[in-house]
Design a binder for this molecule. Sequence first.
Ligand code: HEC
Ligand code: HEC
Length: 322
Amino acid sequence: MADTNDKRVDQPTGTEFVGHEWDGIEELNTPLPRWWLWTFYATVIWGVVYVVLYPAWPLIEKGTEGVLGWSSRGELAEEMALADLARQSVYEQIAATDIEKLPASPELMQQAIAGGSAAFKVNCVQCHGAAAAGFEEYGYPNLNDDDWIWGGTLSDIEYTLVHGIRWEGSNQTRVNYMPAFEGILSDQELDSVVDHVLSLSGNGQSSAAGAELYTNNCSSCHQPAGEGSQLMGSPALNDAIWLYGDDRALIRQQILNPKHGVMPGWGERLDPVTIKMLAAYVHSRGGGEAPAETAPEEDNPESIATMADASDAPAVEGDDQP
Ligand code: HEC
Ligand code: HEC
């Protein structure tokens, strides 16, 4: 060990020795590099400033708060408020847009479809299925096809959703009761009218008797060639899409004792924007109709209400039957 008071100088560098020596290796008293020193001071200053401005030291009850009053919770709240504002403005925009005009702003339509898809999962899947494909034979229609019982424009669908179908909770509900032909048509007549119904979609042959029975009892609602009527909510019989199934026995059952499927109205349970979004979603499922394709009177709820009244006295022409 060298003497600690020794102020000897290292000859090649001119730097003082610190005075320690281990096995002939001695330490020089080299000053710290300037850049290092300034960085060090800067971090100290930064640390002090940070402690003053922001929450820093944990104390017993809570930490020091800092003069800025910043908190991570506050920051989160601010971000959430911004997100809320964005959502709210989408809601407000949808609320303020006429439903038929929604497709004109694709971004808003997209938002509406997304919102509708979420609401569909909560309110509609139990009857219409997760993919909106419905359940034939139970009378829950497929919403993916372009076959509409009550109309497939955005406003038609919106109306169906608000008021429901044969729904007691709304006096403007879509309604049309197919009369029960039990006791009105004989067994034989029933057979020939079933033949006629099947023939409308190209299955098998009808007979003159079947055609006449159909004209007298069915065509007022289902139309002469079975094209159906959206205004009345009479399903088309001339296509391969069935509400209750194309089986002879099921058709016979429907004629004897119609099911009168009920769809609840949502006008009182869901807000108008959610209903609009649901209509946009259902419309987007592939089969939505453009408004121009439908008859103008369909926009008028009055005519549907009138139909509802008319259907109280169903158009059965039982008198014509023996
Ligand atoms: C309790 C079962 C039930 C629930 C829940 C239900 N529906 Fe329906 N829906 C029906 C039935 C049954 C019909 C067919 C009624 C008929 O015979 O005309 C129908 C018909 C419809 C139609 C008319 C289809 C057409 O061809 O005109 C639309 C649109 C529709 N539903 C959408 C919805 C949406 C959207 C929801 C969720 C908000 C929903 N439904 C929830 C039973 C249901
Ligand atoms: C007052 C109008 C009206 C008359 C008249 C009427 N129907 Fe209907 N029909 C309907 C409605 C509405 C439905 C919808 C189903 C329901 O009852 O929920 C329907 C459904 C049907 C279905 C089921 C369609 C499917 O997609 O599964 C068949 C089949 C049918 N009718 C046949 C007939 C036949 C045959 C006659 C005559 C003997 C007749 N209907 C007379 C209104 C009528």
